[in-house]
Design a protein around this ligand. Structure first.
Ligand code: GZL
Length: 373
């Protein structure tokens, strides 16, 4: 749905409505409304000119996309998916801003899109709070906002969100570790955690879900520090852990593959044996191609997918809005759980919606790696 262009006819109708509905003195009211019509008329002329300009360009729809940054393989796949779908061939003029994991820069990018008068704004929010004021500004400007991947938790002034159930990802990881430990006779779990960007819904959900299993089983969480979803972050935290907890840990959980790559480098340098047949169980999230390659090699024991491919969903939502159709407020991506060994074929747990679920575990072979994002 394009922002509605106030035609002369609509402005007159509006003036009629305002006049009939106000009850103030007629003459003052009439003057005020006449002024309003003049202003709307000027806007209409400008907007019409803009539309003609767009028509000359083949009616391109302008979309502003404020992306988290470029911190991980997952992010690269996310950016590529949106840029491939919101393309000029599909009638979209995409204004892309890489916000470099900087929340202030992301708010500024959205405000600039509002100033530019884009037709739609797409946001992958770095953190889940601090959004209501700028979303109100977009709403006042009549610009629909689509949110992808991470969630905005302090405002509902957006038309649609497409992403992952992060708490379920954490619950699934806990359920798998519980079953894996039981099957392999690991009675004591001493866990080191490397979390994602603090305050992102991905970090909040994965932490919340996995910690339910720590509490349920009395597992020993030795330490938890953020790796900010980067390989450098994962490596530096793991280097510190290898010094502080040498010989005391048997589980490392990283909240994305790039942190796991860093942890692998650090544990390898420290002579720690991890993965299949090792002393330390390594768990990760995202299941990008490089992550699944490490699962196939037995370096990562289990990798819980987070699906980055929301580009086609964005395009479909925009097409529906342009056609005046309703869109879903929330859409969850389908996400498999991958494992290095075939010992366990499924996990059962109560998901974040309170539903008892049983979900398959997918053993990784080369075909799975080749099909990864
Ligand atoms: C989760 C996504 C996270 C990924 C990381 O949906 O926002 O951010 O898990 C990425 O790899 O950096």
């Amino acid at each position: 749905m394009k922002r509605r262009l106030m035609t002369g006819f609509m402005a007159a109708a509006l003036a009629g409505t305002v006049l009939a509905g106000c009850g103030g003195t007629k003459s003052a009211e009439t003057d005020a409304v006449t002024e309003a019509v003049k202003t709307e008329g000027a806007k209409t002329a400008e907007a019409t000119e803009k539309t003609e300009e767009k028509t000359a360009d083949g009616a391109m729809i302008t979309v502003g996309f404020a992306q988290v940054g470029h911190e991980s393989d997952w992010r690269t796949a996310s950016t590529n998916s949106v840029q491939a779908a919101l393309s000029r061939e599909n009638g979209i003029d995409l204004q892309f801003v890489d916000c470099d994991n900087d929340s202030a820069a992301q708010l500024e990018a959205v405000r600039n899109f509002i100033q530019q008068g884009v037709d739609y704004i797409v946001i992958d929010p770095i953190i889940s709070t601090g959004w209501d004021i700028v979303l109100t500004e977009a709403d006042d400007a009549g610009i629909p906002v689509i949110v992808i991947d991470r969630t905005i938790d302090d405002s509902d002034k957006y038309v649609s969100w497409v992403g992952s159930e992060f708490t379920n990802e954490g619950l699934a990881a806990g359920a798998w570790l519980e079953a894996y430990a039981e099957k392999n006779g690991v009675s004591e779990l001493n866990i080191l955690e490397i979390t994602g960007t603090t305050g992102s819904s991905a970090e909040i959900g994965r932490t919340s879900g996995f910690h339910k299993y720590i509490e349920k089983n009395g597992w020993n969480l030795l330490d938890s520090q953020t790796g900010d979803f980067t390989q450098e972050g994962g490596q530096s935290v793991m280097e510190s852990y290898c010094k502080s907890y040498e010989g005391k840990f048997n589980v490392v959980i990283c909240q994305n593959d790039n942190e796991a790559f860093g942890a692998i480098d650090a544990m390898t340098a420290a002579g720690v044996k991890f993965g299949v047949g090792g002393d330390v169980i390594l768990i990760s999230f995202d299941a990008c191609t490089a992550g699944l390659t490490d699962v196939l090699a037995g370096k990562i024991n289990a990798d819980f997918q987070c699906n980055p491919l929301q580009g086609p969903d964005c395009l479909n939502i925009i097409k529906k809005l342009e056609a005046g159709e309703k869109v879903e407020k929330k859409t969850f991506m389908a996400e498999p759980w991958y494992v290095a060994e075939e010992g366990l074929s499924e996990i059962s747990y109560t998901n974040n919606a309170g539903k008892a679920v049983t979900e398959p575990l997918v053993p990784v072979d080369q075909a799975v790696v080749d099909a990864a994002y």
